[in-house]
Structure formats: C-alpha cells, structure tokens
Design a protein around this ligand. Structure first.
Ligand code: C2E
Ligand code: MG
Ligand code: MG
Length: 774
C-alpha cells in the first residue's frame, strides 16, 4: 500500500518533469531566455581571471585618433612596419585604415613596406554578410591591399554591445573571408565559431604604442619579436565592444579578435547549447525520480542536482566554456514550482487541517487515478462519539488523538496511506489479493485501533466500527459512499466489521422472507436461549451463566445471533427480542433456584436501548411475570460505545439497579466497552473481551492488557470475567494472573438449561473443573 502510494507520487513527479522539459525545450527554441543567459554569462565573466599567452601583441595606431594628415600617420605606420620586420614578428595584421596621402612618395613607401612583409602581412577590415551593405563601406585604398590576404574583423554584437561568439569566416558575394582571430591561430583546425573566453584578462594582452615601436626602442622591439602583431587603429566602421569582465570596459574589434585567438589557443571557448544542457538535465532528473526510494533520498538527489548546476556554473566560468544554463535552470525551476504547487495542494486542498492526514478529496483523487480500482478494497473506520470526546480536548490534542488512531490503522508510524474526512471517518485502500482473510485482518486491526489512547497522561477511549467496500464498482465516489454506509451499519457488538461486496450485498444476505420468518419466530416466541456457564477461577466453582439468544430457522438452520440481532435493531424489533430473551433467562433463573442451584444469569442488552424508560418497564414486567429474584440477574451491557448521553443512561441503570439488578460491561477493551463508560456508569463486573483474554498465552501485549484490566477491576472493587477462553492453558495462565471469573468453550459451550442442570448436578465440592485435573 505504501508502495502503491509511492508509485502514484512517482508517476506524478515524472509528469511534472516532462512538462518542465517540454516548456524548457520550447523556451530554448524561441531563445526567449537569452537575456537570462547573457546575465549569467556576464556574471561568469567576472568570476575568474587567467593571463593570456602573450603571443599576440597589439600595436595601437593612435596616429589615426589625432587630427593629423594621412601622410603623417602613414609615416608612423611605415616606421612601425619596418621595425616589425626587423624584430622578426611572426605575423602582422593590419587593422587600421590604409589610405592614400597627398605625398606619392610616402604612399609608395607604405606600399613597399607592406609588400616586404610578404605572406606575414594580413589586412583586416569589417566585412560582413550580415550588414545591410554586405561589404564594409570603408574600403582601404586598393593599392595597399594588392599583395596581402584580406580577412574580416566583423563580429556580431548583442543588444548590450557584448560579443559572445566570433564566426570563423564571413562569406560575401561568394568570397569567403577568414575571420581575423582565425588567422592569428593557424593551428586551430575546427571550422566553427569560438566563444570568447572572458576569464582570459583582455586588459593583459600586451599593447604597444605605434610611435614607441616606430622609434625603434630596443625594449619594444623585444616585445614584438616572434609575436603575432595586430596594428590596430579604428576605422569608421569599427564599433566599440563592451566587455563583460568588469575590467576592460570598451574595446575595439582588434582586441576582441586577439581575445578570441587567445581563447582558441587556450582550448576554451566551446559552446554547450540548450540542445545539450536541457536534455541532460531532464535525463538526470528522471533518473533521480526513478532511482530514489524514499523522500529522503529524493531530497538528497534534488540537492545534488542543484549543487551540480552551481558547480557547472563555476567550472564553466573558470574553464571559459559557454554553457547555456538558463534553460536547464528554468526546467528545474518549473519542476520545483509544480512540485511545490502539488505539495501545497496536498497540504491544503488535500489535507485535513486538524489531523494533517490526506482528506477524502485526496482519497477520491487517488482512487480515480487508480488503474486497478476493481482489485482494491476500500476500508472506512468510523470513530464513535468523537464530538463528545473532542469537547474535552484542546485543538492540538484533538489532532494528536486523530493521528494516533491513524498510526494504529496504518499499523505503523507511516500514516501516508490513511485518509481522514475531517470528522469521524478514516479510510484506507487495500489490495484485495493481499488479504485472503479480510474479515479476520480487519477485526484484528480494529482491536488494536480500539486501545485507549494516552494524551496528556489521560487515557482516552477509542471506539471504532469498520465498513468495507469490496464491490467491483469502478466509480470511486460510489465506492467511498458504500464503505461509509457499511461503517455506519456496522455494530460494535454484533458486527464490528461490515463488508459490502457484489455477491453479498446486505439486502441479499437478509432477504424479505427471512425477515418475515424472524417476525414469526418473535411473535410465536420461538427465540430460545443457551446458557454458557461462568466459573470462579480460583475455586473452579460454577457461579452463573450468560444467556445467549438462539434462533433456528426451518430453512436456513441456525442463524448466528450477530445477524438476527442486527436485523431486529434495523427493523425496530430489538425490544421484542430483548423481551423474549429476558423472559426465558429469568424463568431459567427461577428453575435453577427451584432446583437448589442458585446462579446469576447474565442477560445481554444493547446500550442503545438505554435511552428511555422502555427497558426499565420491560425488566419490571419480566420480573413480575416470572417471579425471578433480581439478585440472581445481571445485565451485560453491550455496545456501550454507542451511548451518546451518559447521564441519561446512568439514570436508567440506576432505576434498574434499584430493582436489585447489577450490571456488567461487555467486551471491554475492543471499543465496545471502554473507560468512558466504566467511569460514568455503575458496573459491578467487567468482561474482558475474548480478543485479549484468549491471546494471553501467545501475546505479551495481550498479557499486559489483560493484567492491567484485572488490576483495574480489583482497584474499582468489581469482578473481572475473562470470556471466550477456549483452551485450558489459557485458563491456567489467567487464573495465575489473578482473574476472578472465567467463561469459554474450554469450560463449557453455551448449552440448554436441562443440560446445564445435569452438569451442575455432577458438580460437587471440587467444582466443575475436576474433569481437567489428574
Ligand atoms: P458476547 O456477549 O460477548 O457473548 C459471547 C460470545 O462468545 C457468544 O457468541 C459465545 O458463544 C462466544 N463464546 C463463548 N466462549 C467462547 C470461546 O471459548 N471461543 C469462542 N470463539 N467464542 C466463545 P454468540 O452466542 O454468537 O453471541 C455473540 C454476541 O451476540 C454476544 O457477544 C452478544 O454481544 C450478542 N448477543 C447474544 N445474545 C444476545 C441477546 O440476547 N441480546 C443482545 N442484545 N445481544 C446478544
Ligand atoms: Mg455478553
Ligand atoms: Mg462479550
């Protein structure tokens, strides 16, 4: 059952994971989360800082910034190029406007010094397929571009002017131009975009001023020797780029390409898109849901998953990997949100606030979701007199009382399988196949559940009847109602566990013809009694007998009292029955007295008859008619849990008591007779239910219960009767425990008056038990 609930939860969790996954996939497809990704990337860019290789050096062509003539700048450039050639630079990328000046001689010199560099010289300018004009508008003078390879310095910026990736090339008018960064790392093979690694400190890329270089300063020459050099001056097309690392601020495209090249060299700058991160997260989540066997394990799993995501965030920042994390984060957040909503609903919509148990709406929901509803049994336990009990309890104690009942019904502290409707009904769902003897199982369960509950050092009664629906109706609501109806129809003493199934609906079990024959049996006084002896445990002497109603139907044979008494109650003939049994019992008492065998005859009367004076009149009349001695009569009050008004019941008992009749509380311990009743009402005898009395030899718990009931009776100055003892070993054990009276099959079965008299005539000084001795 716990397993079943767990599977249910599992299926729901998987569904939530799938929904979160589907939404995350859609969100990645429409790239709506890109701003979030960018925010995360910006954050990552600020976390770590690694030094660049130093292999790439920038020569800043500041001459272009001043308002000086093209010729003057070209002279500075020529000087720089000559020094680069002299110092043995590995490569010279010219990313500075190459324009013709007025002095032709200077133009020629520039042309020559570029040509002199040969293959080492590369010319870069903004060339893009994405720009509206296709090719950059600012062209170099063609004469300077003649001898060198042309590359593109174009990079795409996002709306915040950040650059997150640099393509390997640009194709314009069928001509492919390599990207500037790519030619700076010839060893870098892959033909795919690089994602600039901002953990590499852009500000540490060496920069030299063009005039310092042109002056031939030896330190400067050393700095460019066998380096790849970018001569960088801004053209009109070059846009400034924002760096997210928090240090460099705005940089020109040349520096961005230098960083991209450093990234390629460092082996970082790979991209892990949502096509990778979202499914990976989903798979991990699903595995976690499937693998975890308990809430605890699952919570640890969630913790690991969240920690993993944070670790990935930091590791990616450190390694300079561009990972799309917003989408998987949204997946996890969506999942968590759904779980939180479900939990909230479970807690509020589906939970009873007082008992903190799932309520009947939850029961309904769970049954609706159940595939094999036909194989389930719905058990409803009804707690008697809950309102009266709660009137004496504080709010927290009420919850505690309800939770303890649930623990008992669950047979453990895991109450998750027990539902509570907020009032007197509890419910559970069992698998039919697991309980071949359902009746027996539930009777046992009920006995356990009916133990008094200790709250704030006070023992509180629990009286429970159980209703079961094991029909094959597939509608959850029908089945719940039918189990509740069964619990309402169950009767403490006669039928504490009431099962409704397809084959044996109650009306079928008790058909109309049987009812009319019961009526006839009542009117023709054919309800008889059998007497079951009670003996004094210590002496073994016969002291009395309990009268048990018997009815034999011509067709159906012996009908168990449980059944016909229940039916009498339902059709309002209980008084009729009691009258017959009372008369027969009282005349049996007279017969015994006349034969010199005075004995106390106990008559069972249901507590529900103790609501008005009819029972008093009935007894008075019976005493008159039979002439029995009230001192020889005892009334066994059954079903005391159904007493709603103790004061009234007490009044009635006192009236009967004034006639000289004493009372016994029947079935004590299983909820039908309980402490409440014992406290409020005047009893002289306590009958320990056979559930416990008969289990003392096998159960230590039963021994403790029976022992304490015996001492309870002693302290109250009333006698205890252990009933339903069916073996002698149990008898001896109970006797050694100090029990007063005993009754049960091992002593004698319920028998006719004449048989009882015969037995009694055999009884001499050593008592009825002599047959067991020697
Ligand atoms: P109860 O008053 O607790 O009666 C004891 C029941 O236990 C009787 O069942 C009796 O036959 C049975 N019993 C006695 N010794 C043993 C034993 O060693 N082992 C086992 N397994 N059972 C034993 P019975 O006669 O079927 O009566 C069932 C219940 O019906 C009674 O329980 C009582 O609550 C009710 N009942 C019987 N007669 C009347 C009656 O005249 N009026 C009312 N209101 N209820 C009655
Ligand atoms: Mg009885
Ligand atoms: Mg009993």
């Amino acid at each position: 059952m716990g397993q079943w609930i767990a599977n249910k939860g599992g299926a729901l969790r998987l569904r939530h994971a799938m929904i979160a996954f589907a939404i995350a996939v859609v969100l990645s497809a429409v790239t709506i989360l890109r701003p979030a990704d960018i925010a995360l990337w910006s954050l990552q860019s600020k976390l770590f800082s690694h030094e660049p290789s130093g292999e790439i050096v920038l020569v800043t062509d500041t001459s272009r910034d001043f308002d000086i003539s093209i010729d003057n700048s070209n002279v500075a450039l020529i000087g720089a190029l000559e020094q680069l050639e002299k110092a043995g630079a590995k490569q010279v990328v010219l990313h500075t406007p190459l324009r013709e000046g007025d002095v032709e001689q200077i133009n020629q010199r520039l042309e020559r010094s570029i040509a002199l560099l040969g293959e080492k010289a590369v010319i870069a300018r903004s060339i893009s397929s994405e720009e509206p004009m296709g090719v950059s508008t600012e062209r170099n003078a063609p004469r300077f571009e003649k001898t060198s390879k042309i590359v593109s310095s174009y990079v795409k910026q996002d709306f915040l002017r950040f650059v997150w990736w640099a393509d390997p090339s640009q194709t314009v008018n069928a001509t492919e131009y390599s990207s500037m960064w790519k030619v700076l790392v010839p060893s870098y093979e892959p033909d795919r975009a690089i994602y600039p690694d901002y953990s590499i400190a852009v500000r540490s890329i060496p920069e030299i001023d063009i005039y310092a270089l042109a002056s031939g300063d030896p330190e400067t020459l050393k700095a460019v020797s066998s380096k790849r050099v970018i001569v960088a001056g801004l053209g009109r097309d070059d846009r400034m780029i924002k760096t997210p690392d928090g240090h460099a601020g705005l940089i020109g495209p040349a520096k961005l390409h230098a960083l991209a090249a450093e990234t390629a060299k460092a082996g970082s700058g790979q991209f892990f898109g949502s096509m990778i991160t979202v499914p990976t997260t989903a798979v991990l989540l699903v595995l976690l849901i499937l693998a975890s066997k308990s809430n605890h394990q699952r919570r640890i799993g969630y913790g690991l998953l969240a920690t993993g995501a944070v670790i990935v965030f930091f590791v990616a920042a450190d390694l300079g990997l561009r990972v799309l994390l917003a989408e998987p984060a949204v997946l996890l957040i969506l999942y968590a949100a759904q779980r939180a909503t479900a939990n909230w609903r479970r807690r509020h919509l589906y939970t009873d606030p007082r008992s903190q148990l799932s309520n009947f709406i939850a029961l309904h929901r769970d049954l609706e979701a159940e595939d094999n509803l036909r194989d389930r049994v719905i058990v409803v336990a009804k707690v008697a007199r809950l309102d009266a009990m709660f009137a004496t309890l504080r709010g927290s104690e009420q919850g505690e009382y309800l939770r303890q009942i649930a623990n008992r019904l669950a047979l453990s502290n895991d109450r998750s399988g027990v539902y509570h409707d907020g009032g007197k009904y509890f419910a559970m769902v069992l698998k039919k196949a697991d309980y071949p003897d359902l009746q027996g199982h539930l009777e046992g369960l009920r006995a356990i559940a009916c133990q008094a509950i200790m709250i704030s050092e006070r023992a509180l009664d629990v009286a429970i009847t159980v209703g079961v629906d094991q029909s094959s109706d597939a509608r959850a609501s029908n089945r719940i109602s039918s189990a509740i109806a069964a619990a309402d129809q169950a009767r403490e003493a006669y039928r504490p566990v009431f099962i409704i199934s397809d084959f044996e609906t109650d009306s079928e079990a008790w058909d109309y013809s049987l009812q009319s024959r019961l009526e006839a049996a009542l009117s023709e006084n054919r309800i008889s009694i059998k007497l079951q002896p009670k003996v004094d445990m210590q002496t073994g002497l016969f002291v009395g007998a309990e009268a048990l109603a018997r009815w034999t139907d011509k067709e159906r044979g012996e009908i168990p009292p449980n059944q016909f008494i229940l039916q009498c109650e339902r059709v309002g003939r209980l008084d009729e029955l009691t009258k017959r049994v009372m008369n027969r019992s009282l005349s049996a008492s007279c017969d015994l007295a006349a034969a010199g065998q005075p004995a106390k005859i106990s008559v069972n009367v249901s507590a529900i008859q103790f609501v008005d004076n009819r029972i008093v009149e009935l007894i008075e009349k019976s005493l008159l008619e039979t002439g029995a001695n009230p001192a020889n009569i005892m009334i066994e009050l059954t079903e005391t849990a159904r007493i709603e008004n103790f004061a009234r019941a007490r009044e009635i008992m006192e009236q009967i008591g004034s006639l000289g009749i004493e009372f016994s509380i029947d079935d004590f311990g299983v909820g039908s007779g309980n402490l409440d009743a014992l406290y409020h009402l005047p009893f002289r005898e306590l009958k320990i239910d056979r559930m416990f009395a008969n289990s003392v030899s096998t159960s230590a718990e039963a021994r403790k219960i029976v022992g304490s009931l015996m001492s309870l009776s002693r302290e109250m100055g009333i006698s205890s009767v252990a009933e339903g003892i069916d073996n002698f070993a149990t008898f001896e054990m109970l006797r050694d425990m100090g029990g007063d009276l005993a009754q049960g099959y091992c002593i004698a079965r319920p028998q006719t008056l004449s048989l009882l008299q015969e037995t009694l005539s055999l009884q001499r000084g050593d008592g009825i038990l002599k047959k067991y001795k020697g």
